[in-house]
Design a protein around this ligand. Structure first.
Ligand code: AMP
Ligand code: FES
Ligand code: ZN
Length: 311
């Protein structure tokens, strides 16, 4: 198998593009896909300051690596969740990448430690408020991503969600016709109101397999294990189903998600934009001042419940 572009020996085959690439051409392909995502979804420019949320996994470290190599000003934020056996090794991977690759580009790493700032690790907090660990974790991460971006005056917040993540999420939302969630599934969400950072997903055109290959070929040392709290078994099932369809008929995943984005971008698809809807419903949380649609935001409610359960 030879590289479709330069004809030397290929290292990876991409059936959905009917192509195979050597290492250099594959890196070029990955950078092209990210450049297309940034341009078509108007994510950011070379003048903007970007904050990448990095978990220590392949996707987010690859994203930080790609943005730096493409010449963007990208710093990162790691949230240490205090999950025994998982957070420590992932923290080590993030710091190692920051001190070697990122520092050479002049980029810095911010760290938020849940045990220090929220007073207990994610598992303990979830037990205190009687909520599933993953939803407690989601509330805290979303809040801290936004707070860090606003406090440090970044123009945009980027996460490492890939095509598999987005297609699986879309399948879940469509199966239940959760239209209010469909609205928020764009790879670029504007900073609709003051206090809300713009959020983007520059890897939505690349699959999990392609990002794993990028990380390995570029010697990015990432944490292979998934979080032990097992990300909703459902998402894993949706990913499996989509992978089976993809094997039978390459290109299914991208046709499904990109087709959705095409439809969504038509003006008649959303007469009222999300920014307008948000603008109408949001106001500052009476406890912390971050935007929320209710009196007290879900993060402050969670922390108040955890506090009273402790005392
Ligand atoms: P996940 O929901 O675990 O698939 O993660 C999706 C994205 O959220 C990752 O690609 C990262 O950009 C970000 N992320 C997840 N966990 C963390 C974390 N502990 N610290 C910083 N960013 C994270
Ligand atoms: Fe949040 Fe696992 S519970 S990453
Ligand atoms: Zn609040």
């Amino acid at each position: 198998m030879n590289c479709t572009k330069c004809k030397i020996k290929a290292v990876i085959k991409l059936p959905r593009h009917n192509a195979a690439f050597c290492k250099d051409c594959f890196n070029g392909f990955v950078h092209d896909q990210v450049a297309k995502a940034i341009k078509s979804q108007k994510m950011f420019s070379k003048d903007n300051r970007i904050l990448v949320a990095v978990s220590g996994g392949k996707d987010s470290l690859a994203l930080w690596d790609i943005l730096l190599k493409m010449g963007y000003k990208a710093d990162a934020l790691y949230v240490n969740l205090g999950i025994g056996g998982y957070s420590k090794p992932s923290h080590i991977k993030v710091v190692r990448f920051a001190e070697t690759v990122a520092a050479a580009h002049g980029a810095t790493l911010h760290v938020h430690t849940v045990e220090l700032d929220e007073g207990a690790g994610i598992r303990e907090l979830a037990m205190l408020v009687h909520r599933p660990t993953c939803s407690t974790c989601g509330t805290i991460k979303r809040y801290q991503f936004n707070r860090a971006a606003i406090e440090h005056k970044y123009d945009v917040m980027a996460t490492g969600h890939n095509l598999d993540d987005e297609a699986a999420r879309l399948l879940g939302n469509v199966l239940r016709w959760q239209e209010e969630y469909l609205d928020k599934q764009a790879p670029s969400l504007p900073a609709s109101v003051e206090g809300f950072a713009k959020k983007v997903k520059p890897l939505y055109r690349l699959t999990e397999r392609e990002l794993a290959a990028y990380a390995v070929l570029n010697r990015i040392d990432y944490i292979v294990e998934e979080c032990p709290m097992a990300k909703g078994a459902r998402t894993l099932l949706y990913k499996e189903v989509l992978n089976r369809l993809e094997t039978e008929s390459p290109g299914t995943k991208q046709a499904f998600y990109w087709g959705f984005l095409d439809k969504q971008s038509k003006p008649e698809a959303s007469p009222t934009t999300m920014a307008e809807k948000d603008q109408a419903a949001l106001h500052p949380c009476s406890a912390c001042g971050q935007p929320t649609t209710v009196e007290i935001c879900s993060y402050c409610k969670l922390m108040a419940r955890a506090g009273s359960a402790k005392s």
